[in-house]
Ligand binder design. Structure first.
Ligand code: NAD
Length: 360
């Protein structure tokens, strides 16, 4: 069966990472019909829109996309493409497996966790009021006069909404992932002791959902304690489900634990589509140098294959990547003992090595 997939190379190092990933995916023997589409700063500079309608239409039609990173310039009017895509397709579940492969230099070689991050609510809902604006003054007056909750003068305010609906579906998706992937435990992270009505609600819902899945162990952790324990006893964690902000931060922590951003894949999954992309950004300083590590996008490709039901090719591709990393000779600079190691290979040669391992 041919899979129709939207392919978004992105910008910065995205196109070179995308090309490497496309070649490896095709080398698995799975048939794809790619629809290449633009997103990012390059198309923004040409057309004034970082996320053209034709790109959205393509994803809408196919329901599945693989995407290279895209730059979000700080301080321009250009909104984050990733946030826009998550909202447009209601990609509420961000799944980020973080496994330390043999051969990677890490202090946490036992790490094999899966972060399931809620993608649509929390402080990322975009409900913000600027210091000094008429809106914030209206809100401050309402809080002080009607709700007996005064705030300091010259405050900016960001709202943190967490709903029963949003919490229920993300925790359900964490349990579904655990079941489908032979995982044993789900840990819900929160700060319910302080934010009783947002994180507290998340925890209450998580406990309720957990009762429906008695075959999977469930526990909860306060987020600061979780961070402490992740770096002291990572082997005790399995699937971790978190509200948006904590999920964002813990994803980068976990990426560091498995050897760096170059290794951390991701999937954004929703009710009307799925978009696969690395955790890292566009690393623009390395653009066009054939230097950065394609592993994160390659492993995102593996997640896409699994999502498409192509289990055997997915296993073969993951094994090929793991073997290249384990052998350690044909890897990019970030996986070498020093960053200027002259034996480091480029993005494209890393992909060649994976293809060779897959066919060995
Ligand atoms: P970044 O992830 O792009 O890069 C930070 C550093 O991490 C790089 O300088 C590099 O040293 C290392 N790194 C990242 N990817 C690597 C790889 N594949 N191989 C080896 N090393 C790698 O983060 P940033 O510099 O904070 O962000 C750059 C741009 O990317 C920003 O505009 C940001 O908004 C955007 N961004 C996009 C996404 C996305 O598209 N999903 C995610 C995060 C950031």
């Amino acid at each position: 069966m041919t899979h129709r997939v939207t392919f978004i190379p992105g910008d910065g190092t995205g196109p070179e990472l995308g090309e490497a990933t496309r070649r490896v995916l095709e080398a698995t023997g799975v048939e794809f019909e790619w629809d290449f589409q633009d997103a990012g700063i390059d198309v923004y500079e040409q057309e004034g829109n970082p996320l053209p309608d034709r790109t959205l239409d393509s994803i809408r039609e196919r329901g599945i996309a693989i995407k290279g990173p895209t730059t979000t310039p700080v301080g321009s009017g250009h909104r984050s493409i990733n946030v826009a895509l998550r909202q447009e397709f209601d990609l509420y579940s961000c799944v980020r497996p973080c496994k330390a492969y043999e051969g990677v230099r890490t202090r946490f070689p036992e790490t094999d966790i899966v972060i399931v991050r809620e993608n649509t609510e929390d402080l990322y809902a975009g409900i913000e009021f600027e210091q000094g604006s008429p809106e914030v003054e209206k809100l401050r007056s309402f809080l002080a006069d009607e709700l007996d909750s005064p705030t300091r003068e010259q405050s900016g305010i960001s709202i943190k909404p967490i709903s029963v609906f949003g919490s229920e579906r993300i925790v359900e998706s964490a349990f579904a992932y655990a079941k489908d992937n032979g995982r044993k435990k789900v840990t819900a992270a929160h700060k319910a002791n302080i934010m009783k009505f947002s994180d507290g609600l998340f925890l209450e819902v998580a406990r309720r959902v957990a009762e429906r899945h008695p075959e999977i162990e469930f526990e909860d952790r306060i987020i600061d304690n979780l961070c402490n324990q992740l770096v002291s006893r990572p082997e005790e964690y399995d699937v971790i489900v978190l509200p948006n902000l904590y999920g964002d931060i813990v994803s980068d922590l976990a990426a560091g634990m498995i050897g760096g951003l170059g290794l951390a894949p991701g999937a954004n999954i929703g009710s009307t589509g799925a978009i696969f992309e690395a955790t890292h950004g566009s690393a623009p300083k390395y653009k066009g140098q054939n230097r950065v590590n394609p592993t994160a996008l390659l492993l995102s490709g593996v997640l896409m294959l699994r999502h498409l039901g192509e289990t055997e090719p997915a296993d073969r591709m993951e094994h090929g990547i793991a073997e290249v990393i384990r052998k350690g000779d044909k890897v990019t600079y970030d996986l070498k003992p020093t960053r200027d190691d002259p034996t480091a290979v480029g993005t494209s040669e890393f992909a060649d090595a994976v293809i060779e391992e897959m066919n060995a």
